[in-house]
Write a protein that binds this ligand. Structure first.
Ligand code: ZN
Length: 686
């Protein structure tokens, strides 16, 4: 929940994503607010989202291979065009074996070489499927489950809580010793995006489950396994049982429930059923003396299922998850079946993204820093960096002033908050140093091997960090990523180069637009430092309760009102936005908007902002903010987003303006306007 929008790229590898890269002509101008994107027939007080974006929505038609388009996807488009140029140059460079350029070129080739993929075919999967088939004892099952562990989750930075492996590993600064990295273990075990897909009794979810059973069966059949229907039935039953043991996304987001240090002996005592010593031995974690278990009840429940459910069901689950994760790299038929379910049924797209695009995405994520190093050099000017840093500095001043003027917070708490703001490390554009890919072996003609090696490379890299001193300057996003992130355990922010471009940011554009667009995004990330999660970490990144009970009571009361505000938004008759699940992000939007509005006014130094298309500076500021969230999304994808994303859909993020007094003044919003909130109902936090 710390990032600005959900991390989309891993899913994109199979073209499953909600928003990513647009093909429609850019609907925004490169400077200032986009008037053609607006709908002047809508009154701003009735539907500010449509007022700011109605023109864009009306003329945006989703191509068959897109689940959604948005302003973020316009920028992603641009970023991927830039990345494509970097990759294309690498393929022509004939770079030395072992160099980053050569790895970029070879990974790209391995994805594009469909003949090589089909010639290796299922042979790549067979030895691994045979190993699963040879499991006969609980000891061997624990070994296989341990071998499946990967570093594929992230609880606080990207907030990715999903892994299909039984558990997921995340290595990050320790809650209890933030100067060193510690292993966090998270719940997992299901392939569908969230436990609600297994547990909900709504008709639409039942229909998805019926299609899912057919899909699992088809995957087994296409991978050449016997009895595909019986295996699929066992897998879905076991995943459903696992889903019942999982805790909800909203509960997973509550870090006050997550700091559970377990020693190896605790696993046997608190979560009997799995042969834990063998699990940890296979996972390369048998020397580790402490883990932080994020969702203890799920570990208890899932370990019990290992003992209570038939071993054949677990073998089928392991086989299916292997086929689902890697099958697309071994056969066109498996890739198409996977897309038919995850791309079409779950996201509403009917066509895959072009192959070369998917290859670019794979390279840009797997070799993120290798591509990013070239990207930052080539596409991020020193001028953009210094101007973005100036906006960040003004936002920090605005926050500091707001903290100093707070009346509800105890002086001691306020002092620590201001200290925390003072030690916040804000990095703009790209990291100071880059990771090495020396240990990652890439070949030009075996995609499966490359994907397998890349997964292990990430895992071993994470293992090697455990116990090491924390690198406070580390980045968790690549420069080519259109997003921004707050790293609470590092007390740091990353603003990648790729988001610091029009339409979010233009060094030569009007201040009203820059503050309304990128300024509110910067404010959003800064505010995570002080939201319901950030408040759990002190200025050194330690988990420490530095708030008085009265501070916390006030904060909880105000934010409960905000959660209730979002609960009223209903994109579908059977689904409403989950106020508690999206609370941290909504707080960040409210606070970011307020601080950016202050910073905009400070930047004017007493002068009047020039009008653009007859809009005042304040109007441009709010329109720019509303236009950040313009989007068109297919229903299936929107449903998935509401259930699995800590961020509310863009339509509702734009309505954050309801809580900002300046918006009422700028557009003369009156009590008879639909979005009007009485001053006492406007949520003010910082
Ligand atoms: Zn956020």
């Amino acid at each position: 929940m710390k990032s600005l929008t959900r991390r989309l790229l891993p899913a994109l590898l199979c073209a499953l994503t909600l928003t990513a890269v647009a093909q429609t002509p850019s609907p925004t101008q490169d400077t200032g607010i986009s008037v053609p994107n607006m709908d002047p027939s809508v009154r701003p007080g009735d539907n500010f989202y449509l007022y700011a974006n109605g023109g864009y929505i009306a003329r945006t038609h989703l191509p068959a291979d897109r689940a959604g388009l948005s302003v973020f996807s316009i920028l992603s488009d641009r970023s991927f065009e830039q990345v494509a140029a970097i990759i294309s140059d690498a393929t022509k460079s004939n770079a030395a074996a072992g160099s980053n350029e050569r790895k970029i070129a070879d990974l790209y080739r391995s994805y594009m070489d469909e003949a090589a993929i089909e010639s290796h075919g299922l042979d790549s999967l067979k030895p691994r499927l045979a190993a699963i088939d040879a499991i006969h004892t609980q000891h061997e099952l624990a070994n296989a489950l341990g071998l499946s562990l990967r570093a594929d989750v992230d609880a606080l930075n990207f907030t990715n809580f999903h892994t299909a492996n039984i558990f997921g590993l995340w290595v990050a600064p320790s809650f209890n010793d933030p100067d060193h990295y510690a292993p966090y273990l998270l719940q997992g075990g299901i392939e569908l995006p969230d436990r609600d897909y297994y547990l909900s009794t709504s008709d639409s979810m039942k229909e998805i489950r019926t299609k899912y059973l057919l899909h699992v069966s088809a995957m087994f059949r296409l991978a050449g396994l016997t009895d595909p229907e019986a295996r699929a039935t066992r897998v879905v039953a076991l995943e459903s049982a696992i889903a019942q043991q999982q805790i909800s996304l909203a509960d997973s987001e509550d870090i006050h429930k997550a700091n559970n240090p377990w020693h190896p002996a605790d696993f046997n005592a608190k979560a009997p059923g799995l042969d834990w010593p063998e699990f940890f031995r296979a996972a390369g974690l048998d020397k580790q003396q402490t883990f932080i278990v994020w969702q203890p009840s799920a570990f208890t429940g899932e370990a019990a299922l290992v003992a209570s459910q038939p071993i054949d069901a677990w073998k089928d689950l392991l086989a299916y998850h292997l086929i689902e994760q890697y099958g697309y790299a071994t056969s066109k038929a498996l890739a198409e079946e996977r897309f038919a379910f995850f791309g079409t049924t779950l996201s509403g797209t009917t066509k895959m993204r072009p192959r070369d695009f998917r290859a670019d995405v794979l390279v840009s994520t797997t070799l993120g820093d290798a591509v990013g190093q070239i990207y930052a050099q080539r596409f991020f000017s020193p001028e953009a960096k210094s101007q973005a840093e100036a906006i960040v500095a003004n936002l920090l001043v605005a926050f500091r002033t707001r903290l100093e003027n707070l009346t509800w917070m105890a002086p001691a708490t306020k002092k620590e908050a201001i200290t925390k703001l003072g030690t916040l490390k804000v990095s703009v554009g790209y990291p100071d140093h880059w990771r090495s890919y020396a240990a990652l072996n890439i070949t030009p003609d075996n995609l499966f091997a490359n994907l397998w090696n890349a997964g292990l490379f990430e895992y071993h890299d994470s293992l090697s960090r455990i116990g090491q001193p924390t690198d406070r300057k580390e980045w968790c996003m690549t420069p080519q990523t259109v997003n921004a992130v707050n790293l609470p355990l590092d007390n740091g922010l990353n603003f990648p180069a790729a988001i610091l471009q029009p339409p979010f940011f233009d060094p030569s554009g009007p201040a009203a637009h820059n503050y309304g667009a990128i300024g509110t995004i910067i404010g959003h990330e800064i505010s995570h430092t002080f939201d319901s999660e950030g408040a759990a970490f002190d200025s050194k990144g330690r988990v420490r309760n530095w708030w008085t009970p009265e501070d916390l009571a006030h904060f909880n009361a105000v934010t409960a009102a905000l959660a209730a505000q979002y609960d009223t938004y209903t994109p579908f008759p059977d689904v409403h936005v989950i106020g508690r699940q999206t609370l941290s992000e909504n707080i960040a939007d409210v606070a970011g908007l307020a601080a950016a509005f202050d910073a905009f006014h400070t930047s004017l130094k007493g002068s009047v902002a020039p009008k653009v298309a007859d809009f005042t500076g304040d109007q441009q500021f709010f329109i720019a903010f509303g236009q950040n969230w313009g989007s068109v999304t297919r229903d299936a994808a929107l449903r998935q987003q509401v259930l699995t994303d800590p961020h509310a859909p863009g339509e509702y993020r734009a309505l954050t303006v309801r809580n900002e007094d300046g918006w009422y003044k700028a557009f003369d919003i009156q009590p008879n306007d639909k979005l009007y909130l009485a001053p006492k109902d406007r949520v003010r936090i910082w």
